[in-house]
Ligand binder design. Structure first.
Ligand SMILES: [Zn+2]
Length: 382
């Protein structure tokens, strides 16, 4: 069993160890076992530490059922030699902040709403917790508030291996799955949970916790959170975005939602006016069409599909042949809708396809698509 130095001191970033074995594996990397290590392996939903062992880069760290930790490296290390290990402490500390934050939140979710944490994932880019109960947004906000209050209270985080007798009397989360020595992480008045991962010394080091998304998941709730530096970076990114919007619109941060709602309303109103104008322009064109014409083709620019469709319907009611509306210009090409009250538009589309490249399809009474030829050529095909 590899001695877990990270269990003794989560804040150490360098260590020396003896290489017990080093074997090459099928991926072309090397599996290195040491007598002791600071590298936390992938365990309990948390991704492993990264860093170096001598000149070797540590690409992955795994622990087997017997407690032997394997470091996967890009170059071999000599068995029997002493090696100096350095872990990426910035990465480790970020994991510590987020993992302790998760314990605080899950502790409150358990004590307030009886939620059991049935899934946890902590990687460089995302932290998610899955609970077995559905939480409302008000409940999530309440838990987030309680969590941050506990963070600011600077409560110690205690990691220890109680003896079997004490363990028996303890009420803690994750009780059932564990055998052998059980490591208990206690945050007084907040949470007691079995956990193998490195944690910060005090809740204050979590900095803050923000829930950034929630969704229903397998009958319960999946939450994404950010703690510590990750939460700060996310806040900075969001502030920068909001600040740009504020400058563009000359508003205050608290006015963003109302202002964007108003702008969207104005935009929808303008789009509606544009649609009305497009319909007017096309209906004027419809009035200039020879009433005895069998086939009709009209051209427009920037018309909405619904306007084109309405116009085609108006034309097919008065003309028995093929009636098309083409939207666009000679440079960028045209989108089109062609309809007919008596003929099969798909046959017409196929006959066009024999002469020019054309995309589209539809039903006998109406087809739509796009074409990239000049308006004059299109007129000659009707
Ligand atoms: Zn944990």
């Amino acid at each position: 069993m590899t001695k877990k130095l990270y269990d003794i001191d989560a804040y150490r970033s360098e260590f020396d160890a003896t290489v017990i074995s080093c074997i090459s594996d099928i991926s072309g990397n090397y599996s290195v076992v040491l007598d002791q290590t600071l590298f936390f392996p992938e365990e309990g939903g948390q991704t492993p530490d990264r860093g170096t062992l001598g000149t070797a880069r540590v690409l992955d760290v795994q622990i087997d059922k017997t407690g032997i930790i394997k470091h996967f490296t890009d170059v071999p290390l000599e068995a029997g030699s002493t090696v100096h290990g350095i872990i990426d402490f910035h990465h480790r500390y970020s994991n510590m902040q987020n993992h302790t934050g998760e314990h605080i939140f899950s502790g409150f979710a358990h004590s307030r709403y009886g939620c059991t944490n049935v899934g946890f994932h902590l990687s460089d880019s995302i932290v998610t917790m899955d609970y077995d109960k559905q939480l409302t947004s008000d409940e999530i906000t309440e838990l987030e508030t309680l969590t941050n209050e506990a963070i600011f209270k600077n409560i110690p985080v205690i990691c220890e291996y109680p003896d079997a007798e004490k363990l028996e009397t303890l009420d803690y989360r994750s009780k059932k799955e564990l055998t052998g020595d059980v490591r208990i992480v206690t945050i007084p008045d907040v949470d007691v949970c079995a956990c193998c991962a490195p944690h910060v010394r005090s809740t204050i080091e979590v900095g803050l916790l923000k829930v950034i998304s929630s969704q229903n998941y397998k009958g319960g709730t999946r939450l994404s959170i950010l703690c510590g530096e990750r939460a700060y970076k996310n806040y900075s990114m969001i502030y920068e975005q909001i600040d740009r919007v504020n400058h563009l619109l000359s508003i205050k941060p608290e006015e963003v939602s109302d202002t964007v709602t108003r702008l969207l309303d104005e935009r929808n109103s303008l789009l509606s006016q544009v649609k009305t104008l497009q319909e007017k322009i096309l209906s004027q064109q419809v009035r200039t069409v020879d009433p005895d014409a069998e086939n009709v083709v009209l051209f427009t620019e920037d018309a909405e599909p619904v306007v084109m469709r309405n116009t085609v319907n108006a034309l097919t009611a008065a003309h028995p042949g093929y009636c098309g509306v083409f939207n666009g210009n000679d440079t960028d090409g045209y989108s089109f809708i062609i309809g007919s009250s008596k003929k099969d538009c798909r046959e017409f589309l196929n006959s066009l396809r024999e002469r020019v490249p054309i995309k589209g399809g539809g039903k006998p009474e109406m087809v739509q698509g796009s074409i990239n030829i000049a308006a004059l050529t299109i007129k000659n095909m009707f």
